[in-house]
Design a protein around this ligand. Structure first.
Ligand code: VGL
Ligand code: ZN
Length: 206
């Protein structure tokens, strides 16, 4: 059984949002087309409380891009984004959601960030995603969404650690690129960990 895992395609990560990923909107029609080839689809949603510890605005004297220690681990500070029950946390309206089996929310603990759809960054809290995929007999996980160098990357790395054959549709993701080259570095890191990087055009030949 193969699953499509759609990561964080939310307004705040799209052009015009609070933490916009350049060309993030370009992947929406690509993801919709990919969805037609999958029977089992799950999504993740960045879902922060107001004043989340990953927001620069939650820390006096800090600005976006600063590094701090949050709960003993390195944390880059972000703009306020994907606050629970705000427009910015919603999925883009043109993204098809009808076939989604379940949505896994993450980043809900004010004291720790959660890039991966599987675990918090300190690896203490489990979203239940791995157990859910295993329960449904999933062996292959195909990942798409935002952002390639943060939530997509850490979700892919955790999927591999959980023993799934893990694929990334390269044309259905985009990176934040805080530093130039972050996209290529993320692709290399995922590939070296065992992920297979593919183009959605392979679906036409399945
Ligand atoms: C993300 C930064 C902060 C992501 C989420 O979805 O890639 N990046 N929160
Ligand atoms: Zn976030």
């Amino acid at each position: 059984m193969k699953a499509l895992l759609i990561v964080d395609v939310q307004y705040d990560f799209l052009p015009g949002g609070a933490l916009p990923v350049e060309e993030g909107d370009k992947i929406i029609p690509v993801i919709n087309e990919i969805q037609e080839q999958f029977q089992f689809i799950v999504a993740t949603q960045d879902w922060h409380p107001p004043k989340h510890g990953s927001f620069a605005a939650s820390h006096d004297g800090y600005i976006v891009g600063d590094m701090i220690q949050l709960g003993g681990i390195d944390q880059i500070l972000w703009p306020v984004h994907c606050v629970q029950d705000t427009k910015g946390a919603e999925f883009h309206s043109s993204l098809h959601t009808k076939k989604w089996a379940r949505i896994f929310q993450k980043g809900t603990d004010i004291l720790v960030d959660s890039y991966s759809g599987f675990y918090d960054n300190n690896r203490k809290k489990d979203t239940g995603l791995a157990a859910y995929l295993n329960k449904h007999g999933v062996k292959e996980v195909y990942v798409v969404g935002l952002a390639a160098d943060y939530c997509v990357k850490f979700t892919v790395l955790d999927a591999l650690k959980e023993g799934f054959h893990t694929f990334l549709f390269k044309d259905a993701t985009r990176a934040v690129n805080i530093r130039p080259g972050d996209f290529e570095a993320a692709l290399q890191e995922m590939q070296e960990a065992g992920a297979v990087i593919v183009d959605s055009s392979v679906l036409l030949n399945l």
